[in-house]
Ligand binder design. Structure first.
Ligand SMILES: *Cc1c(COP(=O)(O)O)cnc(C)c1O
Length: 348
C-alpha cells in the first residue's frame, strides 16, 4: 500500500508520443521534424526527444539556445537542432559548441551570425503576417540574395490561425510565403500541427509539429499521452448547508462525502478550472467543489460506492483539452504548467 505517498503521479506514455509522430508523419510526403521547446511541452525534453529520434525524427526545434544544448546532450551528434529565437547576442559559444542551427529573424541576426560563425549552419525565419518573429517582406527583399548565397538549411514561417481551417489568414499567409520564397532552392517549412491538417499545399519540404505529438488539439486523432493520478488524503462528511474551501464558495446542498486530493495550482491545476472540472474515480466522474488551493483540491465523492484511494485528473476520459476548456485556456498551457512536484513515470 502506498498510503503514505502524498505525491500525485504524472504518467507520460512514450509509445503514444511515438505513435503520434508517426501518424503526423504519415499525413505528409515530406520530412517531419519535432518541436521539443519548453521542456518538451512540460513532459521532459531529453526523454521525449530520444523517443522521437527512435521513431525517425531527424530535425528538432527548440525556442532558445540553452534548450538546444540540452537536446544535443540527449541525442548525440547526428540530429539537426534548430533554435527559433535565432542568433541572439551571447549565443555564439553555445551555438558553436553544440552545433545548433539558429533560425535567423532579422538583418541584425544575419550579420551577427555570418560574422561570428561563418560557414555555420543556419535557417531563416520570415514573417508572413503573425508579427511575432521573422523578417518582414521589405527587410527580406533587401537581404534575400545574400542570404541565399549562404546556403540556408531551411526557410520557415509560422501560421497564426492554423487551428481554424476556414480562417482566411491561412490562405493569405500561404500566398505570401510562396511569394517570398519563389525560385528558391532551400527547403521550406510553414506548418506546425495545425498546418499539417490544413492539407498538402501547406506542407512544403518539412513540417514542425509540437502539440499533436503530446496528444493535444488540433490533432483530434492523437493518442492521449499524459495521465495524472492524485492520492486522496482524507474523506469527510459535510452536512447540507456547510461550506468547503476558501471563500466558502461551495455550499453542500445535501449531506456529502468530500475527498481532499493532493494536487493544486502549484502543480499546474489552474485555479480557474475549479467549478467546471471533473475528476475520475475509474470510469466515474466526480465534481471538483470549492476553490482549487495551492496543494489541494476538494471533490464530491458522495455518489461513489467505495471510498477512492486516488482520483484521476487526466486520463482517457478527460484530456488536456477538456481540462483546458474547464479552465478557459488551451491544452498547451495545461501541459506546460504541469508541475515539477509530480512523481513522473515514463511508460512505453
Ligand atoms: C511552437 C511552435 C511550433 C509547434 O507548434 P504546435 O502548434 O505545437 O504544433 C512550430 N513552429 C513554431 C515557430 C513554434 O513556435
Amino acid at each position: 500500500m502506498n498510503r503514505a505517498m502524498g505525491t500525485a503521479r504524472l504518467s507520460i506514455n512514450h509509445s503514444a508520443i511515438a505513435a503520434n509522430w508517426r501518424a503526423l508523419d504519415a499525413l505528409t510526403r515530406c520530412e517531419t521534424a519535432a518541436v521539443v521547446k519548453a521542456d518538451g511541452y512540460g513532459l521532459g525534453a531529453g526523454p521525449v526527444a530520444r523517443t522521437l529520434a527512435r521513431s525517425g525524427a531527424r530535425v528538432f526545434f527548440v525556442a532558445m539556445a540553452e534548450e538546444g544544448a540540452a537536446i544535443r546532450g540527449a541525442l548525440g551528434p547526428e540530429p539537426q537542432i534548430c533554435v527559433f529565437s535565432g542568433h541572439m547576442e551571447g549565443d555564439t559559444d553555445i551555438l558553436r559548441a553544440h552545433r545548433l542551427t539558429p533560425m535567423l529573424n532579422s538583418v541584425d541576426q544575419m550579420l551577427r551570425h555570418v560574422e561570428a560563425l561563418p560557414g555555420h549552419s543556419f535557417g531563416l525565419q520570415l514573417d508572413t503576417g503573425m508579427n511575432r518573429l521573422g523578417m518582414e517582406p521589405g527587410e527580406w527583399s533587401a537581404l534575400r540574395e545574400i542570404a541565399i548565397e549562404q546556403n540556408p538549411f531551411l526557410i520557415m514561417s509560422h501560421l497564426a490561425c492554423a487551428d481554424e481551417p476556414d480562417h482566411p489568414m491561412n490562405a493569405h499567409q500561404l500566398r505570401l510565403f510562396r511569394d517570398m520564397t519563389a525560385e528558391m532552392e532551400a527547403p521550406r517549412s510553414l506548418a506546425a500541427t495545425g498546418g499539417i491538417l490544413l492539407g498538402p499545399e501547406y506542407h512544403f519540404e518539412l513540417t514542425r509539429p509540437g502539440i499533436g505529438l503530446y496528444g493535444g488539439l488540433p490533432f483530434a486523432e492523437a493518442e492521449p499521452v499524459v495521465r495524472l493520478d492524485a492520492p486522496v488524503i482524507q474523506i469527510r462528511t459535510v452536512e447540507a448547508g456547510e461550506s468547503v474551501g476558501y471563500g466558502n464558495s461551495w455550499i453542500a446542498q445535501r449531506p456529502s462525502q468530500i475527498a481532499t486530493v493532493s494536487a493544486g495550482y502549484a502543480d499546474g491545476l489552474i485555479r480557474a478550472m475549479g467549478p467546471r472540472a471533473l475528476v475520475y474515480a475509474g470510469e466515474k466522474p466526480c465534481a471538483v467543489v470549492g476553490r482549487v488551493s495551492m496543494d489541494l483540491i476538494t471533490v464530491d465523492v458522495t455518489d461513489l460506492d467505495t471510498a477512492p484511494e486516488t482520483l484521476s485528473l487526466l486520463n482517457a476520459h478527460q484530456t488536456v483539452d477538456d481540462l483546458a476548456l474547464a479552465a478557459g485556456t488551451i491544452g498547451y498551457e495545461i501541459l506546460t504548467s504541469l508541475g515539477a512536484r509530480y512523481k513522473r513515470k515514463v511508460l512505453g
